[in-house]
Each structure stands twice: as C-alpha cells, then as structure tokens.
Design a protein around this ligand. Structure first.
Ligand code: PLP
Length: 430
C-alpha cells in the first residue's frame, strides 16, 4: 500500500478552506477509496505526489495534456512570453497566431472567439445560437456534460452521476424548462421531438464523442441524422469538442467523422495546460457577436498572452504529420492487450477507446452508447482504482470518467503499465 500521509494531512487542511476540500468536485475522491493525492509535480507521462509516490498518469489533467506533463516546447514558450508580462487587456499578436494555427487547418469554423474555460465557451455559444436564431429552446443529450452553466446542468455527466443527482440545485426551473433532454443514439426520439417543437429550437448541442459519462461512442449514422434534422428545421448543430477537439484529430470529431457543425466549442488541449476555451463557427453566425453584433460576451483574461503562448506551442506539435495516427496506435497497443488478457481470463471487463481516449468498463457488452446502458455498480471500479494506485498507475477517481494517453506515453511506458494493470485486474476479480 502506498503511503498517503502527507496527502491526508493536506486534505484535512484543505477541508477547512474549500467545500469538500477541493476546487472542483471530482477531485475529492468521493467515489473511490482514501484521501485524494496532492500532486507535487509532473514530467512526461509521470506525476509525483506529496508523499513522493511516482505514478504513470492516465488522467493527464482530465485531457489538456496531450503532450504529457512539462512539455519542453510549451514550457519554453510560456517562459519567453512571461518575460514580457502576463496580461494587458489589449489585443496581442499571440491571439492572431493561435487563431491562424487553428483556423487555417479547420474547415468547420471561419471565426473563433477565445474564452478562459470550456464552460464559458459553451455558455457563450448557446447564447449566440439563441441570438442568431431568435429561438429559446435547446436540445441536449442525456449524459453529455457541457460545463456548469445553468441551462446545461440537466442530466449532465460524471460529477453529477457520481453524486447521484440528475441536475444541480440552484438552477431555476424556468431555465431547465428551455432545455430538452433526449437519449443519445436514438433517432426516433430526436425525430419525435423536432416534429413537435422543431421551430422553437435554437440549437442541438452534443459531445460528438460523449466522454463525460463513460465513453458513449455514437453510431456515425446517428450523428449524420442529427446533422440532417438540424438543417431541415433551421436548428444550429453545436459540437462541444472540449474533450474531442485536438484529441481525436486536429479538428476534432467533426474531422474524425466528416460532419460539419454550425458551431463548435473547444477547451482543454487548446490551452496547452493553461486556461483557454474557444467557440467558433460560420462567419455569418459569428457576426452576431459583440462588438460586430448584438450578442454580448466578454472576458478580462480572454486571449491571455501566456495562455495563448502555451496553446500555440502545444498545437504546433499536434499539427505535425502522423501525430494523431501515432496517438491512436499506442492507445490501441495497450487497450487491445488488456482486453485480450481480460477476455482470456473470462472477466466481465472491457476498455472502450477512440483516438487516445479510453474508458474502463466492468461490462461484457460489446458497445455502450447510452447513459442508461451503464452498470451503476461502481464497486469493481473502486477496487481497481485503489489496486492501480498501489501499483503506480494513476487514473481519474471516477468510473464514469475517461482516461487519456499522451505523446509522452511511449511503448516502453505502456509495456510497464500492462503487467501492473493485469495484476490489478486479477486482484479485483479474485
Ligand atoms: N464541455 C465538455 C465536453 C467538457 O468535457 C467540459 C469539461 O470537462 C466542459 C465543457 C467544461 O469545460 P471547463 O471544465 O474548462 O469549464
């Protein structure tokens, strides 16, 4: 058993400062065993906690760190930029550079606006959709998480599932009433909804790769149908690519599936580990944003130069030829080996993956596409989490969360992971 003495002490102190001892709920380890680990540093595929335990990190800060921790080019670019100051509240060349890097490779957005988080990006994109269409209702899909703005905290992802709530207290009923929640991968439910309310709906928002309530991979036919229906009823299709953007392909799931949304949101990887979000879309729609148009949205630290610098250094590396193929190959290399091992042993266990995103499921189903298809007994996950930590492997502390593989997770590191993972599985199924 690893020692968590220092982390435990820090957590006790943190509980006196912060609700639940944390500044974001899932970090509290409520759904797994023991105190949360306080992380001291990260380098490449590794993190070290305050008790000096070393882990191979498959959480990667919940997705942003596609290059691993402390990437040299990202760090250097941050240091260079920092030498000139941290924030000006005026435009900088770096904003142009990051926008150019993104838009020149992205046929899905003509213009973009930077924010400081994914939540802000999505909240603003929804306001834009409402302002552009002059309609109020929105469609979201059950189990998709789009950040913590009021109208989107309705049947959202893991944090809420983990705490057994389907929506948050403090959200006025009138707000939630404008959000229509539909099941994923269900074209009939979608058709029935738009037949009745189609002309009142501003946008349909979806994680095209739903990755906040397990990994609920959609059939491409469903996403295509959604695109067709949106076009038919004048509903804007909003792809929330905060996780999938720059992760499964440079231009995210839109590129991966070849489906064009009207609006797209980004976060996580776009900031190279610093706080950046963005929303973008067709020029005509983006023209509604202030100061060009009537939809207001702003931010003191939006486009912050240091964050832009980190984003540029990260995305330049992601844009290299073969980057995403290599990410996917290494992910499959590990996932296939573990799945084969679990299969030989007859364990009800499967790791689902796409690109370099994976999800650990204690299930013998061949596909899980909807929130209600997930087995709600998280006891085996809880055990696995603890067994993995004790063997030097760090994954997110919830069975509803996905894991990530970074460029720093070399085959050698994955070869070290494999036997440790198998041992942990054996301990769970013993
Ligand atoms: N949208 C999706 C798909 C997300 O996964 C998240 C966060 O995990 C968000 C939006 C919110 O982003 P942030 O946590 O940066 O506010």
């Amino acid at each position: 058993m690893i020692s968590r003495k220092n982390s435990e002490q820090l957590f006790e102190k943190a509980k006196t400062y912060f609700p639940g001892g944390v500044n974001s709920p899932v970090r509290a380890f409520k759904s797994v065993m023991g105190a949360p680990l306080f992380i001291k540093k990260g380098d490449g595929a590794y993190v070290w906690d305050e008790d000096d335990n070393q882990f191979i990190d498959f959480c990667c800060s919940w997705g942003p760190l596609i290059l691993g921790h402390n990437n040299e080019k990202v760090r250097k670019k941050i240091e260079e930029t920092l030498a000139n100051g941290t924030s000006f509240g005026a435009p900088t060349k770096l904003e142009n550079e990051l926008a150019e890097l993104i838009l020149s490779r992205n046929p899905y957005a003509d213009k973009i606006r930077f924010t400081s988080s994914g939540t802000e990006a999505v909240m603003s994109a929804i306001r834009l959709a409402r302002g552009y269409t002059k309609r109020d209702k929105i469609i979201k899909f059950e189990g998709c998480y789009h950040g913590h703005s009021d109208s989107l905290l309705v049947k959202a992802g893991s944090g809420l599932v983990t705490f057994g709530e389907s929506s948050s207290a403090g959200v006025p009923e009138a707000f939630a009433a404008e959000t229509i929640v539909l099941p994923l991968n269900d074209p009939e439910a979608l058709e029935a909804c738009v037949r009745e309310l189609g002309n009142e709906i501003a946008c349909a928002i979806i994680e095209p790769i739903p990755a906040n309530n397990g990994l609920l991979l959609q059939e491409k036919g469903f996403l295509t149908k959604l695109r067709e229906i949106c076009t038919q009823y004048g509903i804007l299709l909003l792809f929330d690519e905060v996780i999938s953007g720059f992760r499964v392909a440079f231009s995210g799931a839109a590129e991966y599936y070849g489906i064009t949304p009207d609006l797209v949101t980004y976060g996580k990887i776009i900031g190279g580990g610093l706080p950046v979000g963005a929303y973008g879309g067709k020029a005509e729609i983006m023209a509604c944003i202030s100061p060009d148009g009537p939809v207001y949205q702003a931010g003191t630290l939006s486009g912050n130069p240091v964050a832009m610098a980190a984003g540029i250094a990260a995305l330049e590396q992601c844009a290299q030829p073969g980057f995403y193929q290599d990410q996917e190959e290494r992910t499959n290399y590990l996932v296939d080996k573990i799945n084969a091992y679990a299969g030989e042993k007859g364990y009800a266990f499967e790791i689902f993956s796409i690109g370099s995103i994976f999800w650990i499921a204690f299930s013998d189903k061949v596909a899980i596409r909807r929130a209600d298809e997930i087995d709600s007994d998280m006891t085996p996950f809880k055990m696995l989490h603890s067994e993995l930590l004790n063997r030097g492997i760090y994954i997110g502390p919830s069975g509803y969360e996905v894991g990530f593989i970074s460029k720093a997770h070399t085959k050698e590191i994955l070869d070290t992971t494999f036997p440790a993972f198998c041992e942990a599985l054996d301990a769970v199924f013993a």
